[in-house]
Structures are given as structure tokens and as C-alpha cells.
Design a binder for this molecule. Structure first.
Ligand code: ADP
Ligand code: ZN
Ligand code: ZN
Length: 728
């Protein structure tokens, strides 16, 4: 009787052994799911080893309840990837599996009932004459198509209509048959590729020459330089070879134009993968990837774990984007795991960005990544001019200088659009008492609560606690409460009063919460009518707004002096990305930055020399200060109702680190209070660990994990380990 070592979705760092009753007369494979008893429950797990050499043969093992997959759901490549991820992030494999498998598979859904419906002609349909369709051009067209090839129900419905399809079925001319998904068939592109400029051509050639082996590319191209065209033309030969392509993007809802360009170009099955899918849609996408039917998948972070049958190319667009890193639970970075996946699949990976992460630029310096550059915009459009507007000694009207307002008015009057960028949603970051200076604070966090005027609420943006706006000061009882600072909601209200002649569209998390509202807002903007567009971070991501010719960054000062060593990188990325939104149509664009520090070296560097130059000096600085990417970093976070317990627990880890540091190159910082000291009623502390030697750091982490498991104090805190942390 074989012994099965099973990975289970439990937060324990071990596998569990079960027995397989051989008389079931079916063979079991590694990577198949099994249903097993676990305590009083039944759990779905994945067979990770069969007859492991270190199993106790004389132990009495429980038998599995049921074998769920005759064919493994996880092939060897994905299992390697997941094992690697579990080791690298020191995270329980069972939990890693949970991230990688669609919910329905985790729940034990059997796979064989997932089929595609194929529309094909019946025998009668093959031999009938076109006289039958004399009165319906649509039916004739569908019939002629079907005479050449059968195609899926989805295609039939989208290219013709459900009614037309049904009419042919009712006449007995066509029929729907169920078929398992099969590898896609390559069809030539529907739309001609653009003639490439020399820089684009070099990039495409480099990637295409690397097909079939593992190679890493960083495509650094200013916004509008034609990166997407490079992706499209690098993809085409992969499809022609019958191989699949995965394109990872930070957020899908925000880039409908990019999707549309892919759809217009290629005639092969293309799927998207994102957080707004139903469980069933996810399972289907998973299966179509596994069967080879999905030629291109464009998806967010977790699409990385789709089981491609034959992956030929991996692309990550906006590779610098922070949302590629999962920020809770299994805290993986999709870019880093994607590189690992490409090495397992033996295929090239192409990372693209106008503002590459310092990590990737460092990898270029280390000659791990091949640098491809698109230094100019692909069309004759000018790169927008960036102007600094000194706010010192200016009278501000609602946060805007007179000069800014004048330029906004002029631009609108010329019939163009203006975009205002303010990275704070709500009406105001807090309410202040005019008499005593008391500020509205969250009751559960060490943070102020944002005043939302439209919903008449104070909302904490850290723990989401919501309460009605108070009438009186909590300290002195005065009723003189006034908003301090400015959020997007306030800017909208004030500009509505100052410039009533033009409509305003606001894009932030509040204004796009309702389903469909983002699309509606984007549509208004794309209509091209002169208007003000006000928004947060959301605006910076990948949009193509041709009618915008002026971008105003209302407030950059907050980010200039931050304690987070990544803040300058992020600000430089944001400014460059936001300015890339200006002048993408026929008119030249301009960007206005309002600041009290026009002489700040970061601003000067980004504006005068561009992001790439900034990045070089930023890398130098990281080298001098011995920070990532020049050192490897990991961080333990602890939270508890009792602040002292957090500190004690982290001190335990720190002492052990100090001990090991006698033999290995290890440094640490902490334990210190987290920047947000208290969140949702719990106190938060952290311990940062550094080493120039990746192996030394990982040995330390492994040792600390053992210590944590054996320490009783560990049960008194909620803790997590973050390897290569991004938010500090
Ligand atoms: P990016 O992805 O780098 O921001 P895009 O791929 O969106 O840039 O290209 C910007 C614009 O330039 C698009 O309108 C695109 O159609 C156009 N474009 C790209 N490559 C070429 C080319 N080789 N010739 C002409 N136009 C191009
Ligand atoms: Zn709070
Ligand atoms: Zn007061």
C-alpha cells in the first residue's frame, strides 16, 4: 500500500502522511488532489510525494478518503515553483497552494465536467445548398464560416449572435457538441503590425532570438514609446509556434485600451484573469490554460500560478508597480516569482516600464537582465514639459496658486482636458478644533480620520472604522470644527465653484466603488470634451487620455521628506508616470508641479535629466547606505493588544540574530515601533534584518522560524515574516 505525503491547506510547516488503499485499482500521481481526514474535518490536499524514504513504515496511517484527480492538477514545473516560493518566503506550502489553486479546486470540485461547446455543421448542414439562407444574410454568413471550420460557442455568439446560432440549430443544420479543451490553433493576426522604429525593432529582435531559452529582459521605454507594440510583435512568433503567452499587469480594470489592442491584433483565444471573476470563471481560465486552449492570458499577480501547458513567453508590464507584491498572507512578489517561473519553463521574460524599479536596474548592472531601451516617443508627440511652480509666498486659493488656476482655465478654453493629481481621497485628512487645536483621530489606530463630506462620515483609511461627523470638539466642546488639508472630494467641490463652466470627473476609490462607475467615468473622459479630471494614484496607471494636455500635481511636498527609503523612488516613478499622461494626443502636453521646495535635488534631477538619471543616483545612494538592492532584506512584524509583548518577542529574535551574526554577515534594525504604531486597536512593532549574502539571510530566517515554533511567547503575538518587504 503506497504512502502518500500530502500538502494540506493548513498553516503548519509540515506535510502529512496517509495511506492509499491499493484495491481501488487506480494509480495515484504526484500533483493529484486527494480528500483526506484531518482531525474531525475532511480536507482537500495535494499529493507531494509517494512512498517518501523517511516515512515511518510501521506507523498506522489513516487512509485517504478519495482520490480526486486521475490526472495531476499540478504538474512538475508548478510544483517546483510552489516549493521554491514556500522556501524562499518561509511560508507554509499549504498556504502557498491556497494562493495558487482556484477556489473550486481547493473545495474538491472534480475537473472532468468542464468542457467547451463546439458549434459544427450536421451532415445535413454539410450538404445543403445556400438557397436555404436566401432570406437571412446572417445565417448564410455563419453557415459559410462553419463550412470552413467549427468553432466554439463563445466565438459564434460574439461574432454572430445567439439568435443566429439558434436558428441554424433549429433548422438541423448545425449542432453544439461538448468537447474537452484542446491546444489553440494559430491563426494569423487580424490587424497588421506597425512598422517599428529602430529601437523597437532591436528590442523585438532581441526577445524573439531568445525564444526557447531562459533570458531576462528589461524594456525601459518612456511613456508613449511603443512598449505595447514591442510586446505585441514579440508575442506573435510565440503564438505561431503554438506556445502560450502570459502578460502580467498591475490592474486590469484600469487599462481597457491595452486589452482592446491585444484583442484587435490577435485571432487566438485570449483570456483575462483578475480579482473580479467568479469562481467558475477562474476555474475555466485555469483549465483553458492547462489544456493549452488559452493562447494569451492577461492577468494580475496571481495569474502567475496558472498551469500553462506550453508557455513560450512571459511579459510583465509596469514591472515597477507595487501591486505586483502581495501585501498580506503569502507575501510574494509576482515579478520575482515570474523570473523563477521563466527559468523553469526555459522561456524568456520581458519586464517593461517607463520607470523601472531600482531592483531591476541593479540587475541590469549585474548583467543578469539585458537592457532594452526606447528613449523616444513612438509618434511625433513631444515629451511633455515639466514646470515647477514655487508655492512660497503665494496666496493659495483652495490649494492652487493663481498661476495654476490661470493655466487650467486657458487649457479648458482651448477645448482640452486638464488632469489634477492629488493622492488623498476624501474631503480632508482630518477635522481640527479652531479653539484648542484638537484633531479627529481614529479610536483604534495612531492616525487621523479622513473627513468625507458627501457621506458625512469620518473614515479611518487604515482600519476602515467609520463614525458620524461630531458636532463638538472632543476636548473643549467647541462647535468650531474645520477641515484641515485637502482631499480629492474638496478639490472637486472648490473647482466646481471656481470654474463652473466645465464639468469635473473625479477618479478615486470612492467615486469608482459602484460596479460600472469606473467604466462610465472613463467613457466621459474619452469623449474628449473639455473637462477637469481629478484623481488619486489611480490616474497614474497606464491610461491613455489623448485630450489631456495639462497635468497639475497639486502637492508633492509630503513625499519629499519621508522616513521610508523607497519614498523617493516612488515619487520619481509617480511624477514620471503622471506626466506621461499629458500630451498623448495631437497637442503638446505640459506638467505643473506645485511645491514649496523647487530646489529639491530629487525634483531637479527628475525634471532636468529624467527618471533614468534619477535612478542612477538613487542606486548610488542605496549602495552607500547599504540598503536593498545592495543588501537582502527581510522583516518580522508583530502585533498585539499589549505593546510590550511585541517588543519582547521581537527582542528574542534580535538576540538570536546577534548571536548568529558572530559567524555570518548579518545586520538588524530594531525592534522598533512600526510607522503606524497602532492599527485597529493593536500595537505594532517590527524588526528589520539585512545581509549582503542571500544564503546567510535565509539561514538566519530558517533558524528564527525554529525559534519561533519553540517559543511560548509566539502564541501571544500575531506575527508575519516579509521577505524583500516593500512597505516598511
Ligand atoms: P507605451 O506602451 O510605451 O506607453 P504605446 O505602445 O501605447 O506606448 O504607444 C504609444 C502610441 O504610439 C500608440 O498610439 C501607438 O499606436 C503608437 N506607436 C507605437 N509604435 C509605433 C510605431 N512603430 N509607429 C507608429 N506609431 C507607433
Ligand atoms: Zn483606524
Ligand atoms: Zn477644542
Amino acid at each position: 500500500m503506497p504512502i502518500l505525503r500530502v500538502a494540506l491547506p493548513v498553516p503548519l510547516r509540515q506535510h502529512f502522511d496517509y495511506q492509499m488503499e491499493t484495491d481501488e485499482n487506480i494509480s495515484v500521481s504526484i500533483g493529484s488532489r486527494v480528500l483526506v481526514p484531518f482531525g474531525k474535518r475532511q480536507l482537500v490536499g495535494v499529493v507531494w510525494q509517494i512512498d517518501p524514504s523517511d516515512s515511518f513504515t510501521d506507523a498506522v496511517l489513516k487512509p485517504i478518503t478519495q482520490l480526486l484527480d486521475p490526472v495531476p492538477v499540478l504538474g512538475p514545473m508548478l510544483r517546483d515553483l510552489l516549493s521554491f516560493a514556500a522556501d524562499y518566503y518561509h511560508h507554509p506550502l499549504g498556504d502557498v497552494l491556497t494562493s495558487a489553486l482556484p477556489a473550486l479546486l481547493r473545495e474538491g470540485r472534480l475537473l472532468n465536467n468542464e468542457k467547451q461547446k463546439l458549434l459544427q455543421l450536421t451532415a445535413e448542414g454539410q450538404s445543403c445548398s445556400d438557397i436555404l439562407f436566401k432570406r437571412s444574410a446572417k445565417q448564410l454568413a455563419l453557415w459559410l464560416q462553419l463550412k470552413q471550420t467549427a468553432f466554439t460557442e463563445t466565438v459564434a455568439v460574439s461574432e454572430f449572435s445567439r439568435a443566429t446560432m439558434q436558428q441554424l440549430i433549429d433548422k438541423g443544420i448545425a449542432e453544439l457538441i461538448s468537447q474537452p479543451f484542446t491546444p489553440f490553433e494559430y491563426l494569423p493576426e487580424k490587424q497588421k503590425p506597425l512598422p517599428l522604429n529602430p529601437a523597437q525593432a532591436l528590442s523585438v529582435t532581441a526577445v524573439v532570438q531568445a525564444l526557447g531559452r531562459f533570458e531576462r529582459f528589461l524594456l525601459e521605454g518612456v511613456t508613449g514609446s511603443g512598449k505595447t507594440e514591442v510586446y505585441l510583435q514579440a508575442i506573435q512568433p510565440v503564438l505561431a509556434k503554438g506556445q502560450q503567452v502570459l502578460v502580467l499587469v498591475p490592474e486590469i480594470g484600469l487599462t481597457p485600451q491595452t486589452l482592446a489592442r491585444f484583442e484587435k491584433r490577435f485571432a487566438v483565444p485570449m483570456l483575462t484573469w483578475h480579482s473580479n471573476m467568479t469562481d467558475h470563471e477562474r476555474l475555466r481560465c485555469w483549465q483553458r490554460s492547462q489544456s493549452g486552449d488559452a493562447a494569451i492570458v492577461i492577468g494580475t499577480r496571481s495569474a502567475l500560478f496558472l498551469p500553462f501547458r506550453n508557455l513560450g513567453l512571459l511579459i510583465i508590464d509596469e514591472e515597477h508597480d507595487q501591486s505586483l507584491k502581495q501585501q498580506d498572507g503569502f507575501r510574494y512578489h509576482a515579478r520575482d516569482l515570474a523570473v523563477k517561473r521563466a527559468s523553469l519553463e526555459q522561456c524568456p521574460i520581458l519586464l517593461g516600464s517607463a520607470t523601472p524599479s531600482l531592483e531591476s536596474l541593479y540587475n541590469v548592472q549585474q548583467q543578469k537582465f539585458i537592457h532594452l531601451q526606447l528613449p523616444e516617443r513612438a509618434t511625433s508627440q513631444q515629451v511633455p514639459k515639466i514646470e515647477l511652480l514655487d508655492l512660497k509666498q503665494q496666496v493659495l486659493k483652495n490649494g492652487l496658486a493663481d498661476g495654476t488656476l490661470a493655466q487650467i482655465r486657458q487649457t479648458l478654453k482651448r477645448g482640452q482636458q486638464v488632469m489634477l493629481f492629488l493622492n488623498r481621497r476624501g474631503f480632508a485628512p482630518a477635522l481640527i478644533c479652531h479653539e484648542c487645536g484638537w484633531l479627529t483621530e481614529c479610536l483604534h489606530c495612531s492616525a487621523f480620520t479622513t473627513y468625507h463630506k458627501q457621506s458625512r462620515q469620518l473614515i479611518c483609511h487604515h482600519c476602515a472604522a467609520t463614525r458620524p461627523v461630531p458636532h463638538q470638539c472632543g476636548n473643549c466642546g467647541s462647535t468650531q470644527l474645520a477641515p484641515v488639508g485637502q482631499g480629492t472630494e474638496q478639490l472637486e467641490e472648490q473647482l466646481g465653484r471656481l470654474i463652473p463652466e466645465f464639468p469635473i470627473t473625479r477618479l478615486d476609490r470612492d467615486s469608482t466603488r459602484r460596479k460600472g462607475s469606473l467604466e462610465a467615468h472613463l467613457e466621459t473622459i474619452h469623449s474628449g470634451t473639455p473637462q477637469l479630471i481629478i484623481g488619486t494614484q489611480m490616474l497614474a496607471k497606464g491610461h491613455h487620455f489623448p485630450a489631456v494636455s495639462l497635468v497639475v500635481v497639486v502637492d508633492v511636498d509630503g513625499a519629499l521628506y519621508s522616513s521610508d527609503f523607497r519614498a523617493s523612488e516612488q515619487l520619481a516613478q509617480l511624477l514620471t508616470q503622471v506626466s506621461g499622461r499629458a500630451g498623448r494626443g495631437d497637442v503638446a502636453g505640459k506638467v505643473l508641479l506645485q511645491t514649496h521646495y523647487p530646489g529639491h535635488p530629487l525634483l531637479q534631477d527628475v525634471i532636468q535629466n529624467g527618471y533614468h538619471s534619477f535612478a542612477r543616483s538613487a542606486l548610488l545612494e542605496r549602495q552607500q547606505t547599504r540598503l536593498p538592492p545592495y543588501q537582502y532584506m527581510a522583516m518580522f512584524r508583530a502585533e498585539a493588544l499589549d505593546s510590550a509583548v511585541c517588543e519582547q518577542w521581537l527582542a528574542l529574535l534580535q538576540q538570536h540574530t546577534a548571536l548568529l551574526a558572530q559567524q555570518a554577515p548579518l545586520q538588524w534594525l530594531g525592534p522598533v515601533k512600526a510607522p503606524l504604531e497602532k492599527k485597529a486597536g493593536k500595537f505594532r512593532w517590527q524588526l528589520q534584518l539585512f545581509s549582503p549574502d542571500r544564503k546567510a539571510l535565509h539561514q538566519l530566517l530558517a533558524a528564527l522560524m525554529q525559534l519561533i515554533q519553540s517559543s511560548a511567547l509566539s502564541r501571544k503575538v500575531k506575527w508575519q515574516l516579509d521577505v524583500d518587504p516593500l512597505d516598511l
